[in-house]
Ligand binder design. Structure first.
Ligand SMILES: [Ca+2]
Ligand SMILES: [Ca+2]
Length: 414
């Protein structure tokens, strides 16, 4: 029946050459389903292979937006030396064929974890392949027409891979207390003969491949505090250095900030007030990584009205990792203003009948103070209600404020 196309409906007409009874049994024999793994030819170093494809395949791994519906071919390659290999396409007809290979840097199951190589560029790096390991290459056309590609795998040149870098430039291996930041620049000395460096980086002792760079530095992402591990594998024409040391560093800030408070101050009250408006310099703070804030925790701000007495001001500095340290200082306002005491007016009276004096009551003195009065006491003379002798008696009262300032007044009477 020739080549039939999948999904198309064909009609078969049975038409006897006679009008008598005819019985026939027939069937349509279909081709076996295509199996790309039924035959896996071996590719040898530097030996061209011509791969021909026609019709539909069984897989269509997408690549850069192009599907690959064509017939696949799988090839096996086992390098005899460890080192850099590349795949070179030397001729092609029919159009694009996508080349997939096992990514050499990650553990894979056959044909999973693929990277794409194209017809263009005609040579693509396969990275460092390991001697004795079998790699698989999948060729998958982007169409179902007829394709023919000739390719070869070029093996590592003679020589040896460049040496590992002895130690990192920055951060140093094992460095701790590196200030937290979103990124960390890694740098290392050049390795003799290296043309590029494979950078491995991560938070475990087995860092993963993250980049290839021709430079001797790399900016790694360090979004969280903790220990990071990294490894540099110098790459040269003959291969990639193996067995290079895994280095580490730790990003954290456990160093408390420093904060310096101004000196203690002693002032006197503002006249007629039990306080004084006082200013002071804002405490200064420094930190190995950076200051987030310097705030007043308790006490009063500069420029506030400080009450008579001792006010303790506590300031706290917080660094970018929320480490804190506090300092304190006092502002003392002394009340030096005496209270004001007022005695009642003089009392003049005659002697009580038959007495050489007079029982006399007088109103008690009153007192005011800018802060508060703690007491009014009789210092000398007779108390109110006493028998005052004939003549002039002097009564003296004393007012005391809360700061032990005193004032007296006299109440002469006779
Ligand atoms: Ca700090
Ligand atoms: Ca006072």
């Amino acid at each position: 029946m020739g080549t039939l196309t999948a999904g198309t409906t064909y009609y078969i007409l049975l038409d006897p050459e006679t009008t008598t009874s005819v019985t026939q049994t027939f069937q349509i024999n279909c081709p076996a389903a295509y199996n790309p793994c039924a035959s896996v030819p071996t590719v040898l170093c530097g030996t061209p292979v011509t791969s021909s494809h026609t019709g539909t395949g069984v897989w269509s791994p997408g690549n850069c937006g192009f599907s690959t519906p064509g017939q696949e071919k799988v090839y096996a390659f086992t390098p005899t030396t460890t080192g850099a290999h590349n795949l070179q396409v030397t001729s092609a007809t029919g159009g694009f064929v996508d080349y997939f290979s096992r990514m050499p840097r990650v553990a894979v199951v056959l044909l999973a974890g693929l990277f794409a190589g194209y017809l263009y560029p005609t040579t693509v790096s396969m990275g460092t392949l390991t001697a004795g390991t079998t790699y698989y290459i999948l060729l998958d056309p982007e169409g179902t027409g007829a394709y023919s590609h000739t390719f070869q795998i070029n093996c590592a040149p003679a020589g040896s891979a460049p040496p590992c870098v002895a130690s990192p430039s920055s951060p140093t291996n094992g460095q701790t207390n590196i200030c937290p930041s979103a990124t960390q620049t890694l740098s290392w000395a050049a390795s003799s003969g290296a043309t590029s460096y494979d950078v491995y980086f991560g938070t475990t002792a087995t860092p993963v491949f993250v980049a290839t760079t021709a430079a001797t530095s790399f900016v790694a992402n360090t979004p969280t505090n903790g220990t990071y591990y990294w490894q540099i594998r110098p790459v040269g024409p003959a291969g990639t250095a193996a067995g290079c040391t895994v280095w580490s560093f730790t990003k954290t800030d456990v160093t408390l900030p420093n904060i310096t408070c101004p000196a203690n101050q002693v002032q006197v009250n503002t006249a007629n007030l039990c306080s004084r408006v006082t200013t002071y310099a804002t405490p200064t703070a420094t930190d190995n990584c950076g200051i987030l804030s310097v705030v007043l925790q308790s006490g009063l701000a500069s420029g506030a009205s400080f009450p008579v007495g001792v006010t303790t001001n506590i300031w706290r500095a917080t660094d970018l990792s929320n480490n804190t340290r506090s300092c304190s200082f006092t502002i003392t306002i002394n009340d030096t203003q005496k209270p004001v005491i007022t005695c009642p007016a003089n009392i003049v009276k005659a002697n009580d009948l038959g007495k050489c004096g007079a029982v006399t009551n007088y109103p008690l003195p009153t007192a005011t103070d800018n802060c508060s009065i703690s007491g009014i006491t009789l210092v000398s003379g007779l108390a109110s209600g006493s028998l005052f002798p004939v003549g002039t008696s002097t009564v003296t009262y004393k007012a005391t404020d809360a700061s032990n300032n005193t004032s007296t007044c006299n109440l002469p009477s006779r």
